[in-house]
Design a protein around this ligand. Structure first.
Ligand SMILES: *Cc1c(COP(=O)(O)O)cnc(C)c1O
Length: 366
């Protein structure tokens, strides 16, 4: 067996220790003679698993008492709608900061559902290569919305906008548990699991209790109400049981590593290594501006400026990297170039292997 260094943006690499444990327990979980995949979600064996997952989210993210932790389905994309349907209920107005593909999709969904959407800032002018500075958000908005880490563009907020009494909603799909975050500054946080938490299939939602409404927008399906899932402790219907089981193991792994602070330190080390390399290279450069750079997703280009030639060299880079055991380095189909996603489970050795390959490739091709 040989494992590769996997730089996929999502679904992405998981800690090897976690995968091994899952494999060991595959046929017989904890003496039950069953796989967790085969169990009733209401069984005695399963209940402690989902409870432990929630307890670990609370502990590691220091979730205040007055917030609910929910395990939902439908990915980050479904949250674009749920947020609008459940929070957009007083003035029907929401403020969005547009920092890339995911933020734009979220705003479009709110508009589609009949909300009045104000794009109060955007970095579209420079191909989303930076995070606009919006220190304060004011107005009669039901909520303000940001995408905290922009997976495709490789940008990340280095500040949290002050929204006063307006609930702040943040999509943290690609940076959840990569750094410490003050949950109390937000009304609602959500993250699709497949970037930094678990396999695809579960979406983590952390919501302040007063935002869980009995009266969502008219026509909101039962499954799209936070209240439905909150009242049933994420067991209204069958939850993605196996994914939650893996999630709990990933959270235990983070704790064993020393918790979020320790993971963050490692992430800074990895990202610094890669950005320092890119900034000092005459062959490659990062596309995200300093001061807005993601620790998790690092898009980069080569010095080739001719579009046709760049495409050829990029394809060659991605193919040769894969042969060298460094996989999934193609940039997002909408932006091209390359992108290295270096989530929690990526090791510093993996990042060093990448820069060593980049050096070799540059010598052979430029
Ligand atoms: C991947 C991603 C999404 C979409 O998630 P799905 O689970 O595929 O719906 C949304 N927001 C961000 C920031 C993402 O990285």
């Amino acid at each position: 067996m040989s494992r590769v260094y996997n730089f996929s943006a999502g679904p992405s690499c998981l800690p090897e220790e976690v995968l091994k444990e899952c494999a060991e327990e595959m046929l017989d979980y904890n003496g039950t003679g069953q796989s967790v995949m085969e169990m009733s979600h209401r069984s005695k064996a399963y209940k402690p698993i989902i409870e432990h997952a929630e307890a670990q989210v609370r502990k590691l993210m220091k979730v205040p008492e007055n917030y609910k932790v929910l395990f939902l389905q439908g990915g980050g994309s479904t949250q674009f709608a749920m947020v609008a349907q459940n929070l957009g209920i007083h003035t029907g107005k929401a403020a969005y900061i547009q920092t890339g593909v995911w933020a734009k999709k979220a705003a479009q969904e709110a508009k589609h559902l009949g909300l009045t959407v104000d794009i109060i800032a955007s970095s579209e002018d420079k191909n989303y290569s930076y995070i606009p500075k919006v220190e304060k958000i004011e107005g009669d908005y039901d909520y303000a919305y940001i995408c905290f880490n922009n997976t495709i563009m490789g940008t990340h907020y280095e500040y949290i906008p002050d929204t006063g009494k307006i609930p702040l909603v943040a999509d943290i799909s690609s940076c959840v548990l990569s750094e410490e975050l003050d949950v109390s500054k937000f009304g609602l946080l959500f993250a699709g699991a497949q970037k930094n938490l678990a396999p695809a299939g579960v979406t983590l939602v952390i919501i302040r209790e007063d935002l869980i409404t009995d009266t969502p927008r008219q026509g909101t399906p039962t499954m799209m109400c936070y209240k439905t899932h909150s009242d049933a402790a994420s067991m209204y219907n069958t939850p993605p049981c196996y994914t939650i089981y893996v999630l709990a193991k990933v959270l235990d792994w983070i704790e064993k590593k020393g918790g979020v602070q320790a993971i963050h330190k490692l992430n800074v080390e990895k990202a610094d290594w890669l950005y320092n390399y890119l900034d000092s290279s005459s062959y490659y450069h990062a596309t995200a501006e300093k001061g807005s750079r993601s620790l998790m997703n690092v898009p980069f280009l080569t010095k080739e400026t001719d579009a046709e030639k760049a495409k050829v060299i990029n394809d060659k880079f991605v193919a040769e990297a894969a042969k060298a055991g460094l996989v999934n380095l193609a940039g997002h189909r909408l932006v091209g170039g390359m992108r290295a996603s270096i989530y929690n489970a990526m090791t510093l050795e993996g990042v060093k292997a990448l820069t060593a390959f980049m050096d070799k490739f540059a010598k052979e091709n430029f």
